[in-house]
Design a protein around this ligand. Structure first.
Ligand SMILES: [Zn+2]
Ligand SMILES: [Zn+2]
Length: 290
């Protein structure tokens, strides 16, 4: 009985070790495959840039303007930019609903730590295509265009107190290695240049976090906890920080980054994003009314 019990324990132990080694191997294989695929994709994209004519970043049309979009996608982009949105969470607000400084019905409770959001539009085409393209390819013209539009938004929304420093939501070095570039940093650089404000490195990512895409809001908050830290607290003291990222969904990432900046001595944080991810019903009917 005792022997049989030991055998069961040992068999269970061996099974767990085998399963652990197997799953570890699968995860490592998936990581290696992902890295190789990304490298191949970047090579192909670079080759396409060399061989193919300059195409619209959103629809591949050939009549691309200097900003990296065709004329129709430029019109569509400006329709998205013209939509009214909540200054606390970035959600689209209907044309007949007053925009309230205190927030909207879609705002999270409690409200985010950042003081306000400046966004270009909802995460819809052509903005969605552009953001996806930015993640894997350097699109200087598009980064410049988005940086210009975002800085115009900052100047319009923060006329009395312009930011003292611009920082981007930092990417963990492992993800940056895979992607090949930090597109949020490139956007922040463009915004800082337009606003004539220094681009800082006061915010660092101290912990890598799994992708947020399929997580509900509460899991996203837990996932991001402790992911960021502020360094060079002297330059943050009393500062109005403009935090730049590509997309916000629930605001959990920006909220955690803001927590680190405020703990580091910043006085106020404004979030500037290219897109707010929200259900299509939030903006589609307002677009058709344009
Ligand atoms: Zn286009
Ligand atoms: Zn809101």
């Amino acid at each position: 009985m005792e022997t049989a019990g030991l055998d069961e324990v040992e068999a269970g132990f061996l099974a767990r070790r085998w399963w652990g080694a197997y799953t570890c191997g699968v995860i490592m294989s998936a990581n290696v495959a992902s890295t190789v695929w990304t490298a191949v994709r970047q090579c192909l994209a670079g080759l396409a840039d060399l061989l193919l004519p300059n195409l619209c970043a959103a629809c591949d049309a050939a009549d691309v303007s200097d900003a990296g979009l065709c004329s129709q996608c430029n019109v569509d982009l400006l329709s998205l930019v013209s939509l009214a949105y909540c200054p606390r969470c970035g959600a689209t607000v209907g044309p007949n609903i007053p925009v309230r400084e205190g927030g909207c019905w879609a705002c999270p409770n409690p409200l985010p730590r950042f003081a306000e959001v400046i966004r270009l539009g909802p995460y819809a085409r052509p903005i969605r295509s552009v953001v996806q393209a930015l993640k894997y390819r350097r699109q200087e013209a598009m980064v410049a265009r988005l940086g210009e539009l975002l800085s115009q938004g900052v100047q319009a929304k923060c006329p009395d107190r312009p930011p003292d420093v611009v920082v981007s939501v930092p990417m963990h070095w492992r993800r940056r290695l895979i992607r090949g570039c930090d597109h949020a940093r490139l956007l922040a650089l463009a915004v800082a240049g337009n606003l004539s404000v220094p681009l800082g490195r006061e915010l660092v990512r101290v912990r890598n976090t799994p992708p947020q895409v399929h997580l509900p809001r509460t899991r996203r908050i837990e996932n991001m906890r402790g992911a960021f830290a502020a360094v060079d607290k002297q330059s943050l003291a009393g500062a109005h920080v403009l935090l730049v990222d590509d997309v916000t969904t629930t605001g959990a990432t920006a909220n955690e980054a803001t927590r680190a900046l405020l703990a580091g001595g910043a006085d106020r944080v404004t979030l500037a994003v290219v897109a707010k991810a929200e259900p299509p019903r939030a903006y589609s009917q307002h677009l058709s009314q344009e």
